[in-house]
Design a protein. Sequence first.
Lengths: 341, 341
Amino acid sequence: MAEGVVTIHDVAREAGVSIATVSRALAGSTTVAAATADRVRRAAAALGYEPNRAARALVTGRGQSVGLVIPDLENPFYSSVAKGMQNRVRAAGLTAIIADTDEDVDREREVLGQLAADVDRMILASPRAADADLLALAARSRIVLINRSLPGVPAVTADNADGIRQAVGHLLALGHTRIGYAGGPATSWSDAERRAGLTVAVDAWRAQDRDVTIVDLGAFRPGPAGGVAAADLAIAEGVTAVLVFNDQLALGLLGRLGERGVGVPEAMSVVGFDDVPVARLLAPALTTVAVPAQRMGAAAVDLLLAEVPPEGAAARVPEPGPRVVPVELQVRRSTAQVPRG
Amino acid sequence: MAEGVVTIHDVAREAGVSIATVSRALAGSTTVAAATADRVRRAAAALGYEPNRAARALVTGRGQSVGLVIPDLENPFYSSVAKGMQNRVRAAGLTAIIADTDEDVDREREVLGQLAADVDRMILASPRAADADLLALAARSRIVLINRSLPGVPAVTADNADGIRQAVGHLLALGHTRIGYAGGPATSWSDAERRAGLTVAVDAWRAQDRDVTIVDLGAFRPGPAGGVAAADLAIAEGVTAVLVFNDQLALGLLGRLGERGVGVPEAMSVVGFDDVPVARLLAPALTTVAVPAQRMGAAAVDLLLAEVPPEGAAARVPEPGPRVVPVELQVRRSTAQVPRG
DNA sequence: TTGAAAGCGCTAACAT
DNA sequence: ATGTTAGCGCTTTCAA
């Protein structure tokens, strides 16, 4: 009795049935007598039986795992995506394989190659890869995109344009007319969407004969360090408010503004994007566009599982939710009326 | 020929050898003639052969993946652990399976059971499970603990006592004599270690005839919400400084102190633990004991792989580093001399 | 409603 | 140095 591993044979013996019946009973087959099924389940539980995934995968030809490729696990937005994804994957009786690309295209390519070898379903969050590469991948594996859209490939995206519209509306209502935009990486699909939303929002405002100038502060790496540079630029440009690509950038920007003695919100209003958990805890608490990261991760899983349901009894496949998730501006302390000047 | 999946049989036929020879040649066995091995490799490449991981895992009984069980992916400390772990695992040619337990014992048990089924090597970060359960698990799978120690089970831990010693020394040097300790969950091994370190540090100080009182503020859930309660307690107890179990708690505490109008560091000094990335970006920047989370995650992988090297040619197994990693106090703006009173 | 038996693709004895 | 063969634990026909 050195081996502690319980197999289907042990359960069969314990329940006094054949292994085929155990397999059927645990898979929830209707062709098993209720009493038998019950006995099997009880035996399995008593023995602490866990089906061997490798064996199951081998015979069904379909893996039990779902991959997630994200740019940076240390970015709270993506940790939240990962958390939501992971929870949903586990609830479906599958396992989540998470891979971090360090915000690097080459690393991403490498990771994608490795992952494709042992997973046939994956979720790519904000991939940097070219459209063509993504399309090629989609042809071989089932993939779902997060924060990126591509014809023919299922995706979950945030309503970026609407988020920017809300943010700009808020700033305009506070009287700001000279607003800086600190953008994300030039290759970012989300950034492109947000910039487009910005244009639309501004045009609408101008159509009402109202004045507003958007100052493009440039493209920054989406970490706090980028925010530092953005802060100096914002001060130099004389804007009274800054719209920031994401909260990570905003964090660095806020810190630098403090160092430079520029009070937030008295002298400068700041609006972030994402609403990462720490945003509300800052001093001043950050006004930001809340993106339901966990929900997006979960929604991507639903989308992935909707077409090709997984094996196994534990599998529950929820209906896929909306693909464009709504976002909502959280007004907090980092924004205020434009300073009288 | 509808199926596009290449198996070892296809390669064998193409190379004109048996499947056993293909297996051996591809595994780099020395008992294969160089010419044959070459022919096999060429055939495999030509056909685009990728060994089926499920089949390999089934027969070897050893998987290609390493599991990581953590309390909360949204806690930046653990995202960092996960990032370090994941990078190292991938570098070794394996895949990382990450599972989140939501800081819940029952959920942890469930996750452990599921994970143990498809992984035979795992890393448990700050597990809440009882010693006996952990020992039982260690008997069946290869496990490495992070932030927990148990006789006979390999572990990577932070030098908690030394961290507390540094923190207390810093506070005492600033003249604080009434210091609060806001602890983590009662079941936390790290918290126990930190409390023990606290006692030692205080005793040493008293042995020099110096005065100091440690006020136990209680045990808190390690999220920002717990910090709010701790803040009120700290104020009520009239301490001039608070030592906090971790940065997440400190975040909530800082926010609440601000709301209550207690200035940090003028009226109250605060020291955190972990040095999560956001700690330095706060206003005031948080003085905290830096724990190298990524390095701990990587070290745990090294420890795990050191004894039973993984399958496959791509595997590289680094030497395990030290098991107790040093920590270092980062003095920032949240601590100052005791207020004159 | 249940059982017997045939593999899934691979590795590891055991032969040769 | 290479081939034959026996499973790994499971799902799924096919019979009974």
